[in-house]
Design a protein around this ligand. Structure first.
Ligand SMILES: Cc1cc2nc3c(=O)[nH]c(=O)nc-3n(C[C@H](O)[C@H](O)[C@H](O)COP(=O)(O)O)c2cc1C
Length: 186
């Protein structure tokens, strides 16, 4: 009897471990792969004032919503904004952009390896303002240290974590507008 119970418990634990592993894979594999381009452009009045937002999509709409709201804010400030997902299609010379933002959801304390791979591939930075943003549920840690280690530190004007599941659209838009108008510290 005791032996049967023990076997049952072991099977239960093994099942749980497999289930947790599979769940983590569902989140971590898309987090790691490069994406096809899904470029969206917000055209501003002066085509020479350009901004780039590269964001890692999550399983919900949150990271994309934050990226698009940030783009609207920068567009409000007069920028032509390109929003896209990390991949080989993106430029590695960022000198044309006055503002560049990188954003990622956080899973198990980690930002997207695909986003970090793209950031590490950048050959030339301009003198732009850089925004780093994460989307996650833990308010105590922005989890952006690894993103910050991949950009010139002196150009980072904002490092923000948008909390899940709050509606972050207004805050992201204000942030974009503030940085775009120069109130963002650059
Ligand atoms: C498996 C898993 C692990 C997570 N780990 C973290 C974490 O370590 N820190 C955090 O702030 N949020 C964590 N979250 C919350 C996500 O960051 C949050 O859901 C965020 O909105 C991610 O984008 P998504 O909702 O589009 O998946 C986790 C969520 C899941 C499902």
């Amino acid at each position: 009897m005791l032996g049967t119970l023990l076997r049952l418990a072991l099977w239960l634990v093994a099942g749980l471990v497999v289930l947790m592993g599979a769940t983590m894979l569902v989140f971590l594999v898309p987090h790691s792969l490069f994406w096809r381009s899904r470029e969206e452009t917000f055209v501003g009045p002066d085509p020479t004032r350009r901004a780039l937002i590269v964001y890692q999509p999550g399983l919900s709409a949150q990271p994309r919503t934050v990226a698009l709201s940030l783009a609207q804010g920068l567009n409000d400030a007069g920028y032509t904004v390109t929003v896209d997902r990390p991949g080989r299609h993106l430029p590695t010379d960022l000198t044309p952009f006055g503002v560049v933002a990188f954003g990622s959801p956080v899973y198990a304390g980690q930002t997207s390896p695909a986003l970090r791979r793209y950031m590490a591939s950048v050959r030339t930075w301009g003198d732009q303002a850089i925004i780093l943003f994460t989307v996650g549920a833990d308010p105590h840690n922005d989890d952006a240290d690894r993103l910050a280690s991949l950009v010139p530190a002196e150009r980072v004007v904002r490092r923000v974590k948008f909390l899940f599941p709050a509606d972050n659209r207004a805050d992201a838009r204000s942030l974009g507008k503030a940085v775009g108008t120069g109130d963002g510290g650059h």
